[in-house]
Design a protein around this ligand. Sequence first.
Ligand SMILES: [Zn+2]
Ligand SMILES: [Zn+2]
Length: 263
Amino acid sequence: MRGTFLFLGTGASTGIPRIGCSCPVCTSTSPFNKRLRPSGLVHVKGKSLLLDVGPDFYTQAIKYKINRLDGLLLTHTHYDHIAGIDELRIFYVLQNKPFPCLLSKESYEDLKKRYDYFFEPPTEAGSLSAQLEFQILEKDVGGTEFLGIQVHYFSYSQGGMKVTGFRIGDFGYVSDIRNYDESIFQELKGVRTLVLSALMQEPTKLHFSFEEAVVFSRRAGAQKTWLTHLAHFTDHEQGNALLPPEVRLAYDGLILEFNYAAT
Ligand SMILES: [Zn+2]
Ligand SMILES: [Zn+2]
């Protein structure tokens, strides 16, 4: 069975263009240099799963005509990955049931602090906030079934925050990775198509450099790796010229195919 992954956004936390920036990439007219905040849409087994819900979610939902959504997979609770979470309210209105979210225990606890009103009982007038239903991943590594789809998950960290990576069939999504245990390559075994974050050419405290991403991709054994979470320092074409053929910069609107087989 085949599944697809649509890149809804491939930019770093500030997006491209960046507010107030007149650099060559931010002022470029190439559509490949327009990057909304990082997010994606998985289609598999008749279900549509959103992967992170950043501050551009409304724009992405309109642009890509996301009229139905079945659930959310959340990597972590930094602003650029959750700031659109209130917009999920509309799927409660459209689908008339709480919206399923798969996330780590740490992300769940952090959401409670950042969005305390999600956890309050509805008032007599009803609730104006998103109605969410949480499926919590209690372990650091494992497999679970989410909406009838087999999802394998694993953990790593970025600036002290735990981040969850996901594998569905032979597709892997590893965003906002800086520190990881060698055992992650065991979890990624069999991944042919990998989405991996890398901010820019040079290494930074919170993100891989392009070179670090290439090393990671090769160790993971991915056939093709697509870099996401890109900052405005890299022009799309110039960035690709720095990379080996099996590692490419992703772009907003790109669709990947993968193989899904429940195991
Ligand atoms: Zn710029
Ligand atoms: Zn991020």
